[in-house]
Ligand binder design. Structure first.
Ligand SMILES: [Zn+2]
Ligand SMILES: [Zn+2]
Length: 260
């Protein structure tokens, strides 16, 4: 079984001491490719650097909505320069998060729109982060996206109506370890059945969102644990895990433009 962790933050400081072991454990679990997702200038740079020294690692560059307040045109220019590196396959995470409002709405929207423009100019797929944006995400995407836009809604946790709208935009849907959590995952488990298989990705969002059963043993999430997400997903959907793994692998490579 080969699995692609479509979204993790392996640049995080919590891996500085054992990153190599973390990637070895991932490989032993069949997780042979990972996407390391940038959230600001420094993490994007570090993600790109990691692709140069670690096999199976790919990177994206972007400014997370939480960090929008610190974004400038200069920052975006340096990210644009980073995309010439061989290891960069996507733009993100970018989007809107009105749940915690770490950045004012006006900044979030301004820099989301700019990143949509730049990513599309570069022809890169997007890694979208959306939470509680009350329809603004869809309004911006409707007016600012060009035909052929590729992207994933990472860590999907929305309603059925939102799921349907994402699918209308032909977006992929990223499923995290929330799926495996007894109470927090109940709504997601119901919706996960109705996602077309050609649109599903799995992800850890590590070091966050540790799935069950690993959650009981360790607090820090890591790419190897995406296997639990995949097995759980197969069980919920009544599908063969090997078959689902192959489909999800192909989906992830198709989205990111990586040779399967
Ligand atoms: Zn996110
Ligand atoms: Zn993330």
């Amino acid at each position: 079984m080969r699995i692609f962790d479509s979204h993790c933050h392996l640049d995080d400081r919590s891996y500085d001491r054992d990153r190599k072991e973390v990637l070895d454990r991932a490989a032993r679990a069949g997780v042979v490719k990972v996407m390391i997702v940038g959230t600001d200038k420094d993490s994007s740079r570090k993600a790109v650097r990691l692709t140069e020294s670690h096999a199976g690692c790919h990177a994206s560059v972007g400014i997370h909505p939480h960090d929008a307040k610190d974004c400038t045109e200069n920052v975006l220019e340096s990210l644009r320069n980073l995309t010439t590196s061989a290891g960069v396959y996507a733009w993100g995470e970018t989007g809107l998060d009105f749940n915690r409002m770490y950045s004012p709405q006006i900044d979030q929207e301004k820099w989301f729109i700019r990143q949509l423009e730049i990513g599309q100019q570069l022809g890169l797929p997007f890694i979208f982060h959306e939470r509680d944006s009350n329809g603004r995400f869809f309004e911006i995407l409707s007016t600012r996206s060009r035909p052929g836009l590729r992207g994933v809604i990472h860590c999907f946790s929305g309603s059925r109506q939102e799921l349907e709208r994402y699918l209308e935009f032909d977006l992929y849907i990223g499923i995290t370890g929330i799926l495996t959590l007894k109470e927090r995952g109940a709504a997601l488990r119901e919706l996960a059945i109705s996602i077309p298989s050609a649109r599903i990705l799995v992800e850890t969002d590590a070091p966050y969102l540790t799935p069950a059963p690993e959650k009981n043993r360790t607090r820090r999430n890591e790419p190897a644990f995406v296997r639990s997400v995949l097995l759980n997903l197969a069980e919920i959907r009544g599908e063969d895990p090997e078959d689902l793994a192959e489909i999800v692998w192909a989906n992830t490579c198709r989205l990111y433009g990586i040779d399967a």
